[in-house]
Write a protein that binds this ligand. Sequence first.
Ligand code: NAP
Length: 175
Amino acid sequence: MSKISLIVAFDENRGIGHENKIPWFIPGELKWVGETTRATTDPEKINALIMGHNTWLSLPVDKRPLPGRLSVVISRNAEIDSPMVKVCRSFDEAIAYVKNNDRIEAAFVFGGTRVYRQAVDADVLDEALLTIVPGQYDADTYFPEMPESMHCTERHTVKYGNTEVLRETWKKADA
Ligand SMILES: NC(=O)c1ccc[n+]([C@@H]2O[C@H](COP(=O)([O-])OP(=O)(O)OC[C@H]3O[C@@H](n4cnc5c(N)ncnc54)[C@H](OP(=O)(O)O)[C@@H]3O)[C@@H](O)[C@H]2O)c1
């Protein structure tokens, strides 16, 4: 039974994307996301990234699927032919797939807005890792409010050059 986490970075307006790109470029943050989503305690297992079709398309063609992780892409019609990609036709199908796959240690809900919203509404998250980027960027996609069933258990700042982000860990209230 895989643990279900969510990972996101949003700005002071909760913006996450603009014209199918991330509005900021913070290399240290991307490195941290890569390390965090790849890390497993069992070397025999891998983690999964659950993402919407737009987020999949937002990744550079030569960078997808993101290495070392299984991409679970939600789409009504897309066909993606790769051993490291599983296409699911609904959010529920994606969750059932990762929960029933013994090879997957943890699944990260990876965006975008539509998929984050479904994760929050379905109340399936064990943990959420939120990075708050300073500033207000042009955005057309946003991160929803966290569910009342979760609360922030840890908060610290991280400095990347001149940019200081706030990182929060949220867990289920009864965890
Ligand atoms: N800042 C961050 O941490 C972060 C993280 C990830 C993404 N982003 C940004 O978020 C933006 C993309 O977000 P988005 O909200 O536009 O798109 P999205 O959630 O990535 O993808 C939406 C698409 O996924 C498919 N889909 C989602 N839920 C579905 C369901 N229940 N059943 C069937 N299909 C479903 C549909 O594709 P089909 O039309 O193919 O059916 C839908 O059009 C980009 O700008 C990206 O850069 C930011």
